[in-house]
Design a protein around this ligand. Structure first.
Ligand SMILES: *Cc1c(COP(=O)(O)O)cnc(C)c1O
Length: 382
């Protein structure tokens, strides 16, 4: 049996990446600026919406950090953040010396619970501090409850920072994820839906804000012949080489989304026949997920099996799977910050597993996955 590793999500080149990289070498644009950087930005602007402006950056984390700076988040401020997410959603709050306030998930999309969000906002205001921003995340590519979250943000006039790092290619009511917040964030890390080997982007609604983001990302240089600085700067721009990879990847983005969605159909069909396992699914037709990662929740009472046993069964066959994001309010580094909600996110973390979902899974890979599942769930088949 072929025991080559099957990854959760691995880079998948489209073919044209090296052409753009070669161009960068041929024209000596080996720098954190150049035609590929501008090209990647306009590719993304064209892809996302008519009225958005994109700044290409060194990472999604950098985009979140600059987003908070653009929203005026400073030391002593409070910033609301979805608890169930990757730590990179929350770390930049601390970079700014601000305090995170974590929010539970709702069970349908696994993202920020609108009820807990509103409870947190009213309670923080009652305690004397209105939150400065809301960071909501489209986990695993699944759009959060956009209508509800945006309505609450508008009701209390708190800007939304939309962490769309996992959701490039997803949409809600036909509008692309990354375009709902005052600030949108994308990531092109190696395991994301497309990659630049490492990189990210900030999505904003005006040319001025884009220029401001790039100003901070390039060391906040004032307009002068010498190096003059009136503000703290960062070195957060994307390299023209990485952007070359990104331009090639943009050409295959929709094709790769289709392949991730195919992986999701494979798992949905498979687990339809297993009592006690549910797959993360679009709750209604307003949702379109890129299904960056397909994920399941195992009801141990029904199946008699834990997600950890399944993870180990995959591992024995050299197949990578991974528990869902451990909520931030349970992380040693964040557990002393305020948290609103109950135990939806923590239960998902206990029982949930992300499954191999790459756009580069082969027919042989699918057979190996099916074999592991068949053996593991043989007594649960309906
Ligand atoms: C990957 C990711 C980030 C960070 O992006 P990087 O490009 O790795 O810095 C932020 N938020 C979420 C939800 C992510 O999955």
């Amino acid at each position: 049996m072929n025991k080559e590793k099957i990854w959760l999500s691995s880079p998948h080149m489209g073919g044209k990446e090296q052409v753009y990289i070669q161009e960068a070498f041929d024209t000596n644009w080996i720098a954190p600026l150049g035609p590929n950087v501008s090209g990647m930005e306009s590719d993304l602007e064209d892809y996302l919406a008519q009225d958005v402006f994109v700044g290409a950056l060194s990472s999604g984390t950098a985009a979140i950090h600059l987003g908070l700076i653009l929203l005026g988040v400073k030391s002593g401020d409070e910033v609301i953040c979805q608890s169930m997410t990757f730590s990179a959603s929350a770390n930049p709050i601390l970079y700014q010396g601000a305090t995170p306030v974590f929010i539970d998930s709702e069970p349908e999309t696994w993202n920020m619970c609108p009820v807990a969000l509103e409870e947190a906002i009213t309670d923080r205001i009652a305690k004397g501090k209105k939150p400065k921003a809301i960071i909501a995340v489209h986990l695993y590519g699944m759009p959060f409850k956009v209508a509800e979250i945006v309505a609450i943000a508008e009701k209390y006039q708190i800007p939304l920072l939309e962490d769309s790092a996992e959701a490039l290619g997803s949409s809600y009511k036909g509008q692309k994820c990354g375009t709902f917040g005052a600030i949108g964030v994308l990531s092109f890390n190696g395991n994301k839906i497309i990659t630049t080997s490492g990189g990210g982007a900030i999505v904003v609604k005006s040319k001025e804000l884009k220029e401001r983001a790039i100003f901070f990302a390039t060391q906040s240089r004032d307009n002068a012949p010498h190096y003059q600085h009136s503000e703290i700067g960062y070195n957060y721009r994307m390299s023209n080489i990485c952007a070359g990879i990104g331009r090639g990847q943009m050409e295959v983005l929709d094709a790769h989304v289709a392949l991730r969605r195919k992986a999701h159909v494979f798992y949905s069909d498979y687990f339809a026949g297993i009592d006690g396992v549910s797959v993360l699914k679009e709750p209604a037709s307003d949702w379109f997920s890129n299904h960056w990662l397909s994920a399941i929740v195992i009801d141990e009472k029904k199946t008699g099996k834990s997600r950890e046993e399944l993870r180990l069964a995959f591992e024995a066959e050299n197949i990578e799977s991974r528990p869902l994001w451990k909520p931030m309010h349970l992380q040693p580094v964040f557990e002393h910050y305020p948290y609103y909600g109950s135990d939806v996110a923590s239960k998902l973390f206990e029982d949930g597993l992300c499954l191999p979902s790459g756009s580069n899974l082969t027919d042989d890979d699918y057979l190996r996955l099916e074999n592991v599942l068949d053996v593991f769930f043989k007594s649960q088949k309906i």
